[in-house]
Design a binder for this molecule. Structure first.
Ligand code: UD1
Ligand code: MG
Length: 430
């Protein structure tokens, strides 16, 4: 059985008022389009994916290695489907239609929807959903317990406006159902072809029509930045509640921002105003103190991070490490028991076990052209305000005196000092 997914993304995002197409805006760090594509790709039965774009945004897809079908003119959701169907002579048994402005959070919904539609031999299935505020969505009109039509906001009468079962925009169509696509007439109010009009056409053709109601995480299209904001808020809450159910203590969760791909073990404490972005892993017993910004890195067990710490991508903070206030770590490996407690920058560095990095220490990792690395051994003491000019290696149990500028390697167990000698001159006031 051949199933083709068609993603409609040729709209001009006019209500969104943003130069970036709405499907590239993200929710918890992931583009809306990717929620859609990932959900589609998770359905093994789908063997072809077609994406419909307008010509201005073609490049966004080419950059992702996707060659989209170009809709021209932009004449509605039904118009998009008509154009691709006529131009590409598609010959699948079934078609899944999704909208790129509609993230799908729970992939299971799509699988269940497709399986149910196939097993019940339905020609046209609509994925519907109950919402508290249906304004702007196509309303699902049911008569005698059967799907009669979908009426768009502009065409709803007073009673239809009260219906809160809405069209998610996701359809599953048999070959027979989609072959009627050219019978859709232009909606005169909007001068567009509506895919939703296919329902009444399929009724006339006596095809089997049904609606499948989503009762899992919401599937809601976003047409404005405020709608995106609401959905983002919902999804943030969902991610945080899931973590709290798994034993993560998030204090004042409404102030904490967490992205997809963040993995936090039980017993971790997240204080207010923390940002955790993309692929952060945090081991049990660690505390992330307020105002820390942590991105794409791993933090071991029983660590203390922050307040006001910034951990940048590709960093590894091992167990029992302490990263204190106003410390920035970039692309570095910080071993077990290391303390970097105050006002430091550690970039492209490898810091050995139990080493103490004093306040204000900087690894000078950039010579204006290249990024250079620093290696500091185990059990070292780096005095405050040291500048370690990379590339440089400091051995195990070395001691660097405060204020030193280190430009040469320091061997194991050496004491290194590099600062001008202090002079104390008498009789300062004559
Ligand atoms: C659409 C549905 C509505 C449903 C809602 C769900 C129609 C007529 N209306 O309304 O019933 O409740 O989605 O969110 O289908 N697009 C194209 N080409 C076009 C026009 C749109 O590819 O010519 C794409 C857009 O990029 C977008 C999607 O289709 O991803 C939906 O278009 P949009 O204008 O957002 O439709 P809605 O008004 O939200
Ligand atoms: Mg929409």
């Amino acid at each position: 059985m051949k199933i083709c997914a068609i993603v409609l993304s040729a709209g001009r995002s006019k209500r969104f008022k943003s130069s970036l197409p709405k499907y590239l805006h993200s929710i918890a760090g992931k583009a809306i389009l990717d929620y859609n594509l990932d959900a589609i790709r998770s359905v093994k039965k789908i063997n072809k994916i077609e994406i419909i774009s307008n010509k201005e945004n073609k490049k966004n897809f080419i950059e992702k290695g996707i060659s989209p079908f170009i809709q021209n003119p932009i004449n509605g959701t039904g118009g998009a489907l008509k154009q691709i169907f006529n131009a590409k002579k598609l010959n699948s048994d079934y078609y899944l239609v999704t909208l790129s402005d509609t993230p799908i959070f729970d992939y299971k919904i799509l699988r269940n929807f497709i399986n149910k539609s196939i097993s019940s031999k339905t020609d046209l299935s609509v994925l519907s959903q109950e919402v508290s505020n249906p304004h702007g969505y196509g309303r699902i009109v049911i008569k005698d317990k059967k799907l009669k039509s979908i009426v768009e906001e502009n065409d709803c009468d007073i009673d239809q406006k009260k219906i809160n079962l809405i069209n998610t925009g996701i359809f599953f169509l048999s070959k027979k159902a989609i072959s009627n696509i050219n019978l859709i007439k232009k909606n005169l109010k909007k001068s567009e072809f509506y895919i939703t009009d296919l329902i009444e056409i399929c009724h006339q053709k006596k095809l089997k029509i049904d609606t499948y109601q989503n009762r899992s995480l919401p599937i809601q299209g976003v047409n404005t930045i405020l709608e995106l904001q609401d959905l983002d808020k919902f999804y943030q809450n969902f991610l945080k509640q899931k973590l709290m159910n798994e034993g993560v203590r998030i204090i004042h969760p409404e102030t904490v921002y967490i992205e997809n791909g963040v993995n936090i073990s039980e017993g971790v404490i997240i204080e207010p105003n923390v940002v955790l972005k993309s692929n952060v892993n945090i081991g049990r017993g660690t505390i992330i103190k307020s105002f820390s910004y942590i991105e794409d890195c791993s933090v071991g067990i029983n660590c203390q991070i922050g307040p006001f710490a910034r951990i940048r991508p590709e960093s590894k903070i091992s167990n029992y490490a302490k990263i204190g206030n106003f410390v920035e770590i970039k692309k570095s490996s910080i071993s077990e028991g290391v303390k970097i407690n105050h006002l430091s920058y550690v970039g492209d560095a490898n810091i050995g076990k139990n080493t103490n990095i004093g306040a204000g220490t900087i690894t000078c990792n950039y010579d204006g052209k290249n990024k250079l690395s620093t290696k500091i051994g185990n059990n070292c003491f780096i005095g405050s305000n040291a500048s370690i000019v990379a590339p440089v290696k400091i051995g195990n149990s070395a001691y660097v005196a405060a204020g030193s500028v280190i430009t040469k390697n320091v061997k194991n167990n050496q004491f290194s000092i590099s600062r001008t000698k202090q002079k104390n001159i008498k009789n300062r006031i004559k």
